[in-house]
Design a binder for this molecule. Structure first.
Ligand code: PAF
Length: 280
């Protein structure tokens, strides 16, 4: 496995491969890798000749400086994990390499970013859109792999690909969970042992909501069930729970066809912000 820190170095490595007809799968990450990321790498390896993983903690997508400061940096351990699953190339640029000057470009995803993460993290998807576009331009992959845990990010990237005409396929992979149901996330490392113990309650709250909706209860009843459930855990501060269309992420009035509704949740557990979702 080769590690590249410069755009030129990575391009020089990939250009001849691309010209030779080698297919390229791409897994963009911010590092602090876990089994969820490794599942993306494995999925890429299964369908592409070469797999590139980027590790870059993108400052422009953090609207909260404390969140950025707390984000784990574990490049050496990440490279060991990637090597073990057979990733071919790692791209780990510095902030200066990616942003020689602050970008003046602004991306507006319309109503897609007025809800959920977009509403609670203003500017977040502008930062995601810019860095993902830049990474797509550098890597020029045939396929890019994203996890369902960041469902709204998947929708934003799908839109980006469509609007800017990136010639690649977006592959969405299911959420990978710990055995107790907690969705895997780099941020889980920031949980104290006591917080880690109660963290699966977020997923359990989603299960409660699903049960209410599947018994034909109204959306309001699902919201009450989530609130009531999390109220038993004083460490949680719920930011949102919404029942949405799984593609557009806009709120819905009732359960849609199977697979078309997403239950989306975000909450602080102590200092750590967690998100999760269920597609029903
Ligand atoms: O999902 C992430 O880790 C990030 O948002 C991404 C896609 C790597 C862009 O920085």
């Amino acid at each position: 496995m080769q590690l590249y820190e410069t755009i030129t170095g990575l391009r020089q490595a990939l250009d001849p491969q691309r010209k030779a007809g080698v297919s390229i799968g791409f897994v963009p990450t911010m590092g602090a890798l876990h089994a969820g990321h490794l599942a993306l790498v494995e999925a890429s390896k299964a369908r592409n000749d070469l797999t590139v993983c980027s590790i870059f903690v993108n400052p422009t997508q953090f609207n909260n400086p404390d969140d950025l400061a707390r984000y784990p940096h574990t490049l050496e351990a990440d490279c060991q994990l990637l090597e073990a699953v057979g990733c071919d190339l790692v791209f780990a640029p510095s902030v200066e390499e990616m942003y020689p000057g602050s970008p003046v470009l602004r991306l507006d995803f319309g109503e897609l970013e007025t809800v959920l993460e977009g509403a609670f993290r203003p500017g977040h998807f502008n930062g995601v859109g810019i860095v993902v576009s830049k990474l797509f331009n550098i890597v020029q992959p045939d396929r890019a792999y994203f996890g369902q845990k960041d469902l709204q990010q998947v929708a934003v990237v799908r839109r980006l690909i469509r609007d800017l005409g990136f010639p690649l396929e977006l592959v969405r992979m299911p959420i990978v969970r710990e055995t107790d149901g907690l969705a895997m996330s780099s941020r889980n490392r920031n949980l104290s042992p006591a917080e880690r113990q109660v963290a699966p309650a977020l997923h359990q709250a989603l299960n409660k909501a699903r049960a209410v909706l599947q018994e034909e209860g109204p959306i309001e009843a699902a919201k009450i069930a989530v609130n009531d459930y999390l109220q038993a855990y004083s460490a949680f501060r719920l930011e949102y729970f919404e029942v949405t269309n799984a593609e557009t992420l806009q709120p819905v009035e009732q359960l849609q066809a199977p697979g078309a509704t997403a239950l989306c949740i975000a909450a602080y557990l102590g200092q750590t912000r967690l998100i999760d979702n269920l597609i029903v």
